[in-house]
Design a binder for this molecule. Sequence first.
Ligand SMILES: [Fe+2]
Length: 372
Amino acid sequence: MRRVSLKYLRPGMIIARPVYSGDGRLLLASGLSLTNNYIKRLAELGIGFLYIEDGLFHGDLNIADVVSEQTRIQSVKLVKEAFHSLEKDKYIDTWAVRKAVDDLADEIFSNKDILVNYFDIRTYDDYTFNHSVNVTILSILAGITLKYNRVQLRELAIGALLHDIGKVHIDKKILNKKGKLTAEEYKHIQQHSLYGFNTLRSYYEIPTLSSIIAYQHHERLDGSGYPRCLKGEEIHEYSRVVMVADVFDALTSNRPYRKAFSVPHAIDFIKQQSPSLEDRSINAVLSNVSPYPIGSIVMLNTGQIGQVVDTHKKDPAKPIVRIYFNSDLQYLEYPYEVDLSKSEFDLEIEKILDDKELEQLTNHTNFFVKVN
Ligand SMILES: [Fe+2]
């Protein structure tokens, strides 16, 4: 199985992992053969890649995730309802929010040894709601790394899930505008932090620190954020965690105006933008994400090419790689696995190969499994 970007999808390829819409409906089942129509539809839905059965990288992959599809879908539904009921009835069901974050935290806690594989297949629709859930999952993982107790995890998670709730009060035309925003429009959008804070703090059941997350999630460590240009530790640690999770998830998502960053690229970007890498919130978030997600095709420092088949939480940059090409780029009939964390030969990943590089390097242009 291999992850192939939209540009390289061809009719006849077999889908290896199902594709869901933002609200959890099954769009394409595994085993289905791609047609031109499906490919067109995927492009319209903004899906950037698919997992397909592959004749070259043919081994099975066990892509575990910290949260089950079912829990994720339920959480997305809940955030959506919170936004809609605030808009329509001026009311948020805080009991349901609290239950949702507790369920998420329970499930994540039992899977805390798994690195997040940032390869989920999402559509553009419902971006805000899917994004809110991703930010919450990353924030809870960071909270566990920071050894937060149950109460702290809940405060953090409620704020993470509802960090953008203030967008309900922003003019939809401006919020969804495709072109460049005017200074005035940008100022209006920036108001969502304050609106969110005021909304959340009007509920006595919502912890004050959760409201503060909504207020501070666009501050930046170097003081370049808004609304108050706070710096470093002037920003509450919860807000710093959500801020990093927010930026990370936004960068690694396909957006109508730009392609998603690869995970290593997003990690580098965040580190470059951070004046102080000592800030423990950055490391707490990033240490939970696999820079080489399971399924990535990678080149090692020896020139060998393989596929990442498993990751280690303790050593995220040194996963287990199934080698398919030797250093002379000869295809191995019997691939074998190396655990980079245990290798005695200083084996390292040099880079992730994209579809184009892979084609050029291996001269294999047409190795996908097709239906007869
Ligand atoms: Fe925001």
